[in-house]
Ligand binder design. Structure first.
Ligand SMILES: *Cc1c(COP(=O)(O)O)cnc(C)c1O
Length: 426
């Protein structure tokens, strides 16, 4: 480690702490932001630097996170733990755009990250920080993509990983990854909030490095979604960026990244940020529409398990970006999510349910006139289709309660004869 160029800043009082201070909360009990020396960044790199790195064969340049390293975490390159992540595709589907009432729609597929979700962008930064601190053990509470990602990066870095999962529903694609990558998986007799509470206590007591999204370095890595999306667009600012919201780390990160680019003078305006919540897990939507502080939702419920969160940790951070960009928060039903998912899948793109809240939200905002049909809209697809195969198969078999399978594509039973098969081919 040479000099530490960033600081940690309390999100409510603005009090600053040393960048290597081993804390996740300020003395006022609030979460922390990583604050970069933007004058130094401006003097060191420009957009051309990032474009030149696209042609490089070095992992740190090819990574869609570390390509922007001066704005993520300026550390010695030998300390970076990367797979490399990011460099995800931006899909244009005219057919899908037409289905949601737009002339054009671009979808950034974060399910194409190494472990199948955008969590890898945050985890590469978080695990790199763990390595810099000399941590040998890392932990998180999660039922899903965070644990899958942490398990993989910890394995790569030679660290012991502890995953705390709540009892009850667990998407098997995600649990399978945590087990396969060798994370010790501890099933807590309680809900997610309880698991998060316990993991924080354990980490403090046992000196294990915590990698939940209260860790501000994860947010720094996730900012790169915004940087890379703009780079995909040759640095042209779209009208809207739309994404799902659960714990709200991702929308916080995208908002923070965009505001930093504006401050650097690298873009001249912000795209409007729209955050989409599931109706059964909508505390941020309620807070936004009422103008009141967030009231947690008890027993949050949605088929989109990655956003089934009643008490999102990062809502104030997320609200900053939404407000600064004149954006909004909306909600969609599970039926709308699965209908949108059927469209995303049928377009040949495919994504897990939570991701498709994005497209359901776009469709709703176009229908009610909030988004004009000629707007340039970019959506973030957060996770891979195979993360939750149960949701797919049950949808196509028409087995999901409360959901109309309008695009059902169930397997057909068939006698083992040529004639019988031919009847199915028209
Ligand atoms: C984590 C996750 C989300 C929600 O992101 P937040 O940062 O918690 O708002 C959405 N979709 C997928 C696939 C995820 O893994």
């Amino acid at each position: 480690m040479t000099d530490v160029r960033w600081k940690l800043r309390c999100t409510t009082t603005g009090r600053e702490y040393d960048g290597m201070d081993a804390r996740f909360y300020s003395d006022a009990g609030s979460t922390l932001d990583v604050v970069h020396d933007l004058d130094h960044v401006r003097a060191t790199v420009d957009l051309g630097t990032f474009d030149r790195r696209l042609g490089s064969k070095q992992c740190v340049d090819r990574s869609g996170v570390w390509r922007f390293r001066e704005l993520i975490l300026p550390v010695e390159e030998s300390m970076i733990v990367t797979k490399p992540e990011g460099a995800t595709n931006l899909y244009e589907s005219r057919w899908l755009a037409g289905q949601v009432g737009l002339d054009a729609l671009s979808l950034k597929h974060e399910g194409e990250n190494p472990t199948g979700s955008f969590k890898d962008r945050g985890m590469t930064a978080g695990v790199t920080m763990a390595k810099i601190r000399g941590a040998t053990r890392v932990a998180c509470a999660s039922t899903g993509n965070t644990s899958a990602s942490m398990a993989a990066y910890a394995a790569q870095a030679g660290m012991r990983a502890f995953v705390f999962i709540p009892e009850g529903k667990i998407a098997y694609g995600k649990l399978a990854q945590a087990l396969a990558y060798g994370a010790k998986t501890i099933q807590i007799a309680g809900d997610f909030d309880r698991a998060l509470d316990i993991v924080q206590q354990v980490c403090e007591r046992e000196n294990i490095y915590l990698l939940n999204s209260v860790n501000p370095f994860r947010v720094e890595g996730q900012k790169a979604i915004a940087f890379e999306l703009l780079q995909d667009l040759d640095w042209q600012v779209p009208d809207w960026i739309v994404m799902p919201g659960g714990n709200l780390g991702n929308s916080s990160a995208i908002g923070k990244g965009l505001m930093e680019m504006l401050e650097l003078g690298w873009i001249d305006r912000l795209p409007r940020i729209a955050v989409v919540q599931a109706h059964g897990a909508n505390p941020f939507f309620r807070a936004f529409t009422s103008g009141q502080p967030l009231v947690p939702v008890q027993n949050a419920e949605t088929i989109a398990t990655a956003i089934r969160i009643g008490n999102p940790v990062s809502w104030q951070k997320s609200l900053r970006g939404v407000e600064a960009s004149h954006g909004l928060v909306t909600e969609v039903t599970d039926d709308e999510i699965m209908d949108a998912k059927a469209l995303v899948d049928a377009a040949g793109i495919g994504a897990e349910p939570a991701s498709c809240a994005t497209v359901a939200g776009v469709r709703k905002l176009v229908a009610d006139g909030t988004i004009r049909s000629d707007s340039h809209v970019c959506g973030v697809l957060t996770g891979h289709l195979l993360k939750d195969p149960d949701a797919v198969v049950h949808y196509h078999r028409g087995e999901l309660e409360g959901i109309t399978s309008r695009r059902a594509n169930a397997p057909v039973p068939c006698e083992a004869t040529l004639d019988a098969v031919r009847r199915h081919l028209d």
